[in-house]
Design a protein around this ligand. Structure first.
Ligand code: COA
Ligand code: ZN
Length: 312
């Protein structure tokens, strides 16, 4: 069976767009529950400025209070050197650096041109100097809501620049749900050819209903790492119209059914997912938590049972 590794991003990508502050206790409790479900990684929080993302202003406290489960990597988003210093203090297992492949999206998300982001992230890599593995998330790899197309060569160009600096992995993000499966197959094949030694993760949003189709396309192209968000929460605060990440439990349920080995305890994950609407104070898009798994059989209605008995 092909092994697929899941990275849960709900407490970072999922929460950062929520309007009401989620208490630190709730974040810690949720990460602890998710740690028991079989994830390879959990992106716990983000060491950005509290002014930019007030929801994640408690990053230090959350990282300090979670119970770390062996076998799970606790990764954090790091936007700059200041963030890297804070993340080092907090003993994160991996730094997830972020910049956009679209110039305009980079300006709106990070308030600077791409070259300046690249220089800043290179400083973070130099500061870290092999102490912590580095992953780089490249945003808007399948299209920018303001610029339109982002050519695959542009994605490969930025990917090469980071690969040359010795990063461990790259996350290819469809930040605003513009990717379609044909495009995903092509880019994933190219990425696997160019970067056979890197951890490649795909990060999809379901903004236009193509999220799970894109997961299938990527998995068939040999990608074995995916980001997902519990309940399908999420969205980039700096990308107009952005909405939820692919829903972790729906994607895991699908891949399990298709015969992939996700290593996940899906019943346990569904229990956690069913608590999520209470944590955020509203319903969430995820579907399997509502419908149950395909293997959860329902009792036969009495009427049907009677008819069946009478006629067989
Ligand atoms: N941690 C804490 N504070 C930080 C910080 C960090 N990593 N980076 C910057 N700051 C603070 C500075 O100290 C400064 O504070 P002050 O106004 O009290 O002096 C303030 O933020 C502005 O700093 P500056 O260096 O001018 O950065 P900026 O305003 O251009 O912000 C980012 C740059 C990237 C830090 C900020 O835009 C950001 O965090 N954006 C959010 C990015 C993100 O996470 N997006 C979602 C992920 S896809
Ligand atoms: Zn995202």
């Amino acid at each position: 069976m092909t092994r697929i590794y899941f990275n849960e991003v709900v407490t970072r990508d999922g929460f950062q767009i929520e309007p009401n502050f989620i208490p630190t206790d709730e974040k810690v409790a949720l990460v602890n529950e998710l740690s028991q479900c079989g994830y390879a990684k959990i992106e716990v929080t983000s060491f950005t400025s509290a002014k930019a993302i007030p929801m994640l202003r408690d990053a230090e406290e959350v990282m300090g209070r979670i119970h770390r489960q062996s076998g799970v990597e606790y990764t954090v988003l790091v936007p700059n050197v200041r963030g890297a210093e804070r993340a080092l203090e907090s003993r994160a297992d991996e730094f997830n650096l972020v910049m956009s492949t679209s110039e305009t999206h980079n300006w709106s998300n990070l308030r600077m041109p791409r070259e300046k982001s690249f220089a800043g992230l290179s400083d973070v890599i130099a500061l870290t100097a092999g102490r912590v593995p580095i992953n780089v998330s490249l945003s808007a790899c399948f299209g920018c809501p303001m610029e339109g197309d982002v050519p695959p060569d542009e994605v490969l160009r930025w990917a090469h620049r980071f690969a040359e600096q010795g990063v461990r992995g790259l996350t290819i993000c469809d930040t605003t749900g513009m990717a379609h499966p044909g495009q995903v197959s092509q880019l994933c094949n190219a990425l696997r050819q160019h970067f056979p030694g890197l951890q490649l993760t795909l990060h999809f949003h379901n903004t236009r209903g193509m999220g799970l189709a894109n997961v299938v396309a990527a998995a068939h192209a040999g990608i074995d790492r995916f980001d997902g968000s519990l309940g399908g929460l999420g969205g980039c605060p700096y990308a107009p119209g952005a909405s939820g990440n692919i829903c972790s439990e729906d994607a895991i349920h699908m891949l399990d059914a298709m015969g992939f080995d996700t290593g996940m305890d899906l019943p346990r994950l569904l229990q956690v997912a069913r608590r999520l609407p209470d944590v955020v104070g509203h319903s969430v898009p995820g579907q399997v938590a509502k419908a149950g798994r395909t293997c959860d059989l329902h009792p036969v209605p009495e009427e049907a049972l009677k008819l069946k008995q009478e006629n067989t």
